[in-house]
Design a binder for this molecule. Structure first.
Ligand SMILES: [Cu+2]
Length: 501
């Protein structure tokens, strides 16, 4: 039996990602999802859309009798897998069945402002109880996704705290790859709550080089705030954790055969969290980051995935048993962040064994060729004003905090079409920031002091008190949003705009 989370390459086209959002058994959920989305598979004849999405508050069952209400696409979590062909125009009708104007962002695609889905750039809203027809040409090929781009602020039911996340796969003209099957995994937490405990330190990033000047700046500011009697700013924690909308052991297992090579496309759909993923006795051969093939594929025991990042990795199924594919952090895995991998003809309880302690270094996947030199370098320093906005941390880029609106402001950075730019990011806080640039793909050129090239991404984690440099070519005119993808950071100032001159 195949479940909805599994696709043979040949039957893939425009099927719907299920494995979630179901009050029924998984198989009937697949059937129902396909029927519900019949319009999603219509062709573009007579002005009909290729895909139709409905944004609405719906119940989803993440474990037996554990039903939560959240805003979803088409009543399911994750949203349907949208399969596009690179360079072939598509029409997507988005109906907003809620009382709040919405934005749907095509993350990782080089699309115009009119459809990108960021009000700060000037994309029109999808009106409350209204719809927008989006017509655009998907590019580039690879694993992308779509999600809401609404500001949530203090509302833990809004923005990416909701279930508005779905995968996109843009097929290249020639699909290479030596694997038997593709499986999409969307990692997502539900039932968020605020806490003021301070975030847990995570030390998986390599190199671990900190810049003493940034550390001094950050620690001095924090000490001054605490001395004034301020508590730590709010953080967000979660009660339940899911892969493809089901808590560990409550979804259909991934059924495999010994000797199979499975290509996993993993999306971190979290609003705020960095995730890890391991499969006991197996390694992941990372072949693409954020949907873009890497110059140097490499086998690793653990995937580390920042908010909104994607990793595509091949797993050779050569260690028969019943295993938990799960987060390495026990508490999160025990609260649901995992999925059972079941070899044919094996029975028993799913096993977990901790992987070896492992680091994550983007430069492993890079090329040794030097990166091109840019025409100009923009310096950015990220700072935190602890608890300064009604208990929320306020974030600044070069001392400027984006206002708590979703409106465009005067752009801080200016680019000329065709030129190559470097952004030198200096993080004067102890948090890891998954930094995202809209409508462009950037190349990592320096990670915490280590030079690299050839790794093309749209999100990069910048470690506490570290520096990271990325280059991009200004090849997609229009206002371009740059922000931390951690919802609580972007909502409280951690955004800025690039403008073409
Ligand atoms: Cu951040």
């Amino acid at each position: 039996m195949r479940d909805c989370t599994e696709y043979s390459k040949r039957t893939f086209l425009k099927t719907i990602l299920g494995g979630a959002a179901s009050l029924l058994s998984l198989d009937s959920a697949c059937v129902q999802a396909k029927r519900k989305n019949k319009s999603a598979t219509d062709t573009n004849d007579h002005g009909r859309a290729d895909y139709t999405l409905h944004i609405a508050a719906t119940p989803i069952e993440i474990a037996p009798k554990k039903i939560i209400s959240t805003i979803t696409y088409n009543g399911q979590f994750p949203g349907p897998l949208l399969r596009f062909k690179e360079g072939r125009q598509v029409t997507v009708d988005v109906f907003n069945d809620t009382a709040t104007p919405e934005q749907l962002h095509w993350h990782g695609q080089l699309v115009p402002v009119s459809v990108d889905g960021a009000a700060e750039e000037g994309t029109p809203f999808i009106p409350a109880h209204g719809m927008r027809r989006l017509v655009f040409t998907p590019r580039p090929s690879g694993f992308r996704f779509y999600h809401t781009h609404n500001r949530a602020g203090a509302n833990l039911g809004a923005g990416q705290y909701s279930g508005q996340v779905g995968p996109v796969y843009i097929d290249p003209r020639n699909e290479p790859g030596n694997y038997d099957r593709e499986i999409f995994l969307v990692l997502k937490e539900f039932e968020p709550t605020f806490s003021q405990g301070g975030d847990m330190a995570q030390d998986f990033l390599s190199p671990a080089t900190e810049v003493s000047e940034l550390k001094q700046q950050g620690e001095t500011a924090m000490a001054a705030s605490l001395k004034k009697g301020m508590p730590h700013g709010y953080e967000v924690g979660y009660d339940s954790f899911t892969i493809n909308g089901r808590m560990l052991s409550h979804g259909e297992p991934i059924r495999v055969r010994q000797g199979e090579r499975v290509l996993f496309h993993v999306l971190n759909g979290s609003a705020t969290e960095i995730r890890s993923l391991a499969l006991p006795g197996h390694v992941f051969e990372v072949v693409a980051l954020d949907g873009n093939p890497v110059p140097t594929p490499k086998k690793v025991p653990v995937l580390w995935i920042g908010t909104a990042e994607r990793i595509s990795a091949i797993v050779g199924m050569n260690h028969p048993g019943i295993w938990i594919l799960g987060d390495t952090y026990d508490d999160d895995r025990n609260h649901g962040m995992g999925m059972v991998v079941e070899y044919a003809n094996r029975t028993g309880k799913a096993q977990w064994t901790p992987p070896p302690h492992s680091k994550w270094n983007y430069t492993w996947f890079g090329s040794t060729k030097p990166a091109q030199e840019p025409s100009q370098t923009f310096d950015m320093t990220f700072t935190k004003a602890n608890a300064s906005d009604r208990g929320f941390n306020r974030w600044e880029i070069n001392g400027v905090s984006y206002p708590n609106t979703m409106m465009p402001v005067r752009a801080a950075f200016h680019v000329e079409e065709g030129k190559r730019y470097r952004i030198r990011m200096r993080n004067a806080s102890d948090d890891i920031h998954p930094i995202h640039l809209h409508r462009h793909i950037f190349e990592l050129t320096n990670v915490a002091g280590q030079r690299t090239a050839g790794i093309m991404k749209d999100v990069v984690m910048v470690g506490g008190y570290q520096t990271v440099e990325v280059d991009f070519v200004a090849n997609n005119p229009g206002l371009t949003l740059f922000h931390c993808h951690q919802q609580l950071h972007m909502d409280f100032g951690f955004m800025t705009l690039f403008e073409y001159i």
